[in-house]
Design a binder for this molecule. Structure first.
Ligand code: ADP
Ligand code: MG
Length: 448
């Protein structure tokens, strides 16, 4: 026992764990120091209880068994909280300067969605790299570019980043961002007003078409056909097309089957939910952009809790900031837990029952579940209905087709439309965001 050096034992153990688990383990273990070994207990110095609890939950068992492997002894762990360990988390990239004013006041690109403000990690590296090449050399290497992934993971951000960069690099180029929904509406209007020639002139004379959420267009027979021709026309003249979707081409069932193979002609890349390290980097970057200082342990707490959606990460940060500026007090992990307790998505990834969602939403808005499934379109019913569909699409594993069915046999495009509408509201209205976060927490707690 005498010859076991605590720091050596600890560093070898961390080394072993890192090779098993990867960098996530590192983020937890790097700020920890081994102090001493007494009576077969290794004393570890941790920055706060959040760390000791986190390590106990995640790694304690494995740590003890590695000790046993390395020394042949049953060595326990004790934690000593010392608050002087700070800034041990990995640094992020330097922050870009203030966002330059666009020379094009009419630009439809969101100036906040740039490559510089996009944090790159394993989950989005290929998507980012492809988008970056396209913004420098449109229409050449990666055409079309088909980008897919779940809600709130940065697809729209990347489309706008391409648009912003093209506007800068090729000021005279004709670049259009549109959603598939707008495309459909525009097309229908053009038929209605007998202006399909104008419609075609608009969409086929572009250097780059950025079209978001293409799933909305699928199975809308005529619009799909029109898009097929738009695609061919742009592609044949070597103009860039970038398409996003919530699923891979193969999972789509358009009437025009050839669309699926067209989508696969160029580069296909996905964005998956970010890993812990990327979530930390995103929170860092956003807090710096917001000029709002958040201590590392609070960042780690939020990043470990909110996993599957970057929009929710941002929402948490906004709440913390609002609270901190109201009270003027500095943030701690316990404070953050308290502030966020009603709104944290108790792991959005695990699923709940559709029934519960419908019940809780109708309760919240004093409606009957029948109303959610019915046909009435008054705003007081339509919004809760859309909200319930939105929640069903993020909190259950059901497809939009199944969700539509559970709401009185609606079409899956109605579900997608609702989702989009609610997302927009969430983006614009922090009070609504708070309401929805609370509702989500309530739904979860009823189920557990
Ligand atoms: P999607 O279109 O995939 O649903 P968005 O592009 O709307 O997602 O992203 C949701 C929010 O998260 C946006 O505010 C966006 O700026 C932010 N976001 C997503 N990915 C990143 C990233 N990698 N770095 C920084 N912010 C991100
Ligand atoms: Mg989007």
């Amino acid at each position: 026992m005498h010859n076991i050096e605590p720091t050596t034992l600890w560093s070898q153990t961390v080394e072993r764990l890192r090779s098993e688990i990867g960098e996530d383990a590192d983020l937890w273990l790097r700020p920890i120091e081994a102090l001493r070994i007494d009576d077969q207990v290794l004393h570890l110095k941790v920055p706060n209880k959040f760390f000791s609890d986190g390590i106990k939950d995640r790694y304690q068992k494995r740590l003890v068994s590695i000790f046993k492997d390395l020394t042949g002894l049953d060595i326990g762990i004790d934690y000593e909280i010392c608050i002087d360990l700070t800034n041990r988390l990995p640094p992020t990239d330097p922050i870009p300067g203030p966002i330059p004013q666009s020379e094009f006041p009419l630009s439809e690109f969101n100036p906040r969605y740039t490559f510089a403000s996009f944090v790159v990690g394993k989950s989005n590296r290929l998507a980012y790299a492809t988008a970056d090449v396209i913004s420098k050399n449109p229409g050449t290497q990666y055409n079309p570019f088909f980008l897919y992934g779940g809600v709130g993971l940065g697809k729209t951000h990347l489309l706008h980043a391409i648009g912003n960069a093209l506007r800068q690099g090729f000021p005279r180029s004709r670049v259009l961002y549109t959603t598939a929904e707008e495309f459909v509406n525009d097309y229908i209007n053009s038929i209605h007003h007998r202006k399909t020639d104008d419609f075609r002139a608009k969409y086929r004379n572009l250097d780059c078409l950025l079209i978001d959420d293409i799933q909305f267009l699928i199975a809308k027979e005529q619009s799909e056909q029109e898009f097929f021709h738009t695609f061919n026309s742009l592609f044949d003249s070597r103009h860039q097309i970038v398409i996003t979707s919530d699923r891979v081409p193969k999972e789509m069932t358009p009437h025009e089957r050839r669309l699926v193979s067209r989508f696969e002609w160029g580069q296909v890349a996905d964005i998956t939910p970010p890993d812990l390290e990327t979530r930390i980097a995103i929170l860092r970057k956003k807090s710096e952009l917001e000029q709002f200082y958040v201590p590392d342990d609070v960042i780690l707490f939020v990043a470990s809790t909110v996993k599957s959606n970057i929009r929710l990460l941002e929402g948490s940060l906004i709440r913390l900031k609002a609270f901190a500026s109201m009270t003027g007090s500095s943030l701690t992990v316990d404070g953050a837990k308290d502030i966020l307790k009603d709104s944290l998505p108790h792991d959005v990834a695990s699923t709940v029952q559709m029934e519960t969602i419908q019940r809780m939403v109708s309760h919240k808005y004093s409606l009957d579940i029948k109303d959610l499934k019915g046909q009435q379109r008054t705003a007081s019913i339509a919004l809760p209905r859309q909200l319930a569909m939105y929640l069903a699409s993020i909190m259950t594993d059901l497809s939009s087709t199944d969700i539509g069915r559970a709401f009185g046999g609606r079409d899956h495009t109605t579900v997608l439309h609702s989702r989009k509408k609610i997302q927009k509201l969430l983006d614009e209205d922090p009070f609504f965001l708070e309401l929805v976060n609370k509702l989500q927490a309530d739904i979860k707690s009823v189920e557990n």
